[in-house]
Design a protein around this ligand. Structure first.
Ligand SMILES: Cc1cc2nc3c(=O)[nH]c(=O)nc-3n(C[C@H](O)[C@H](O)[C@H](O)COP(=O)(O)OP(=O)(O)OC[C@H]3O[C@@H](n4cnc5c(N)ncnc54)[C@H](O)[C@@H]3O)c2cc1C
Length: 410
């Protein structure tokens, strides 16, 4: 039997914050037929199960909860004329912009002039966090907790330990409070919490003890979780009685499709290698949202996706020549850079920021050189899981004539 075939101008893989914002912007720019393919039964992405504030302030001048924000993004895209196909998974990326797609009628091929990958991030799992011990029920990520609490109204446990201390770990406190779940501790392997220090008083308010600098965590329990054991920062063995573990944060790009494709993957971000237009190694493919880098807020992804849409619309009108320079990391305290190359032609559309990640706290000068010439520098005092950016315009205006080298000078 012949495989069904369909075509469109732009196919967007993933109907979350970035996919919907980008699709809507493409329609506003009259970029042809735009189809969003979303595997879940509803579009909206991760904010659908973040039943807390604050979402939407920058985009809609309103303080919204995640589900309202997700619905608004969906409605705005549909009203603009975007076709949103839910219950539809993309299972293969083929060269030149062809997708293998599965819906409830079976498999079909979608041929698009441009494809945009917006599949988001996920939290690291228990094995990826090297948490040892037994394998009982009651160990879930923050995302799974949110979906259980806000979408299904189910309490997976009564007194969990939160493993991790990022912003999303603190949001899990709010999620727990929604159904009267009382976390008994927050546990972090690093010496300090990973979220900003201003969040610490929130733990005091909620009477949740914080343990930092822990090592060798082990989960105990036959059927359900019974305890978390670990070595504390003074080398003492500790045990916390608990009935659940929330494995929280350490986001990674949702890149399963990417890894099975012909597209180049960047070792630093774990997402696709792109230029400032979000263009991948196959020029029919672009990417936006948190797939580009783990992980940003919804507002940031929304704005950045709209910037990328402007570049894609321009590329559809006239494909830009890809004269570009690569961005190279020259200090191992920098964990990633995104985009990984800068296109020197095609005007100023595209992402307005180069985005960096750190492996460790840094107090140094961040500098960008090309052929030994200083293009840009700034004092940087920052920590991992913080937003660090360099304006793309500053680098382009300085006229790089070879690879741009990013370094830290103490
Ligand atoms: C657990 C968690 C909590 C968060 N909490 C907050 C918060 O409180 N505030 C905040 O500002 N940000 C929060 N974020 C970040 C926020 O989710 C993102 O900034 C934003 O949603 C990113 O948009 P995105 O489009 O990149 O990804 P998402 O919104 O996650 O959308 C990705 C979409 O792609 C779909 N998809 C994936 N693979 C396929 C496929 N093969 N075929 C079809 N569809 C596919 C997914 O189903 C999903 O709908 C959180 C993220 C997570 C994971």
């Amino acid at each position: 039997m012949m495989m069904r075939e369909a075509s469109c101008t732009v196919a967007v893989v993933g109907g979350g914050t970035a996919g919907l914002a980008l699709a809507r912007e493409l329609k506003r720019l009259d970029a042809g037929s735009v189809v969003v393919l979303e595997r879940e039964a509803q579009a909206g992405g991760t904010p659908r199960h973040c039943g807390h504030y604050p979402f939407g302030i920058l985009e809609y001048n309103r303080l919204m909860k995640g589900p309202d924000y997700a619905r608004r993004n969906w409605e705005e895209a549909e009203t603009a004329g975007v076709e949103i196909r839910t219950g539809t998974s993309v299972t293969k990326l083929l060269p030149g912009g062809s997708l293998e797609v599965v819906d409830n009628e079976g498999v079909y091929r979608l041929n698009a002039e441009r494809v945009v990958l917006c599949t988001g991030v996920r939290e690291s799992s228990r094995p990826q966090r090297f948490v040892g011990g037994d394998r009982p029920l009651g160990v879930i990520t923050t995302g799974a907790l949110q979906s259980s609490v806000y979408l299904k109204g189910i309490r997976p446990f009564e007194r969990p330990v939160i493993f991790g201390s990022e912003l999303v770990s603190f949001s899990s406190l709010q999620t727990c409070a929604h159904l009267g779940i009382k976390p008994v501790a927050m546990v972090e392997e690093e010496e300090r919490i990973r979220a900003r220090g201003v969040f610490t008083p929130y733990l005091w308010l909620k009477h949740v003890p914080l343990h930092v600098g822990v090592s060798n965590p082990r989960i105990l329990g036959r059927e359900r979780v019974e305890a978390l054991e670990f070595t504390d920062h003074k080398g003492r063995a500790r045990r916390i009685e608990t009935d659940g573990i929330i494995i929280s944060g350490r986001f990674r790009p949702e890149a399963a499709l990417l890894h099975r494709s012909h597209l180049e993957v960047d070792g630093g971000t774990g997402g696709p290698a792109v230029d400032q237009y979000g263009r991948c190694s196959d020029p029919a493919y672009f990417s936006a949202g948190n797939l580009l880098r783990p992980a940003e807020t919804s507002s940031w992804c929304h704005a950045e996706a709209r910037e990328i849409a402007i570049g894609i619309a321009a590329d559809l009108r006239q494909p830009s020549k890809s004269e570009s320079v690569e961005l190279h990391i020259k200090d191992n305290r920098i964990s990633f850079v995104m985009p990984q190359s800068l296109c020197l032609t095609g005007g100023r559309a595209g992402m307005s920021n180069v985005y960096l990640g750190l492996n460790m706290p840094v107090d140094a000068k961040l500098a960008a050189y090309s052929s030994g010439r200083l293009l840009w520098s700034q004092r940087l005092r920052s920590r991992p899981v913080r937003r660090i950016t360099i304006p793309v315009a500053k680098l382009l205006d300085a006229g790089p004539d070879g690879p741009v080298e990013l370094t830290l000078e103490d």
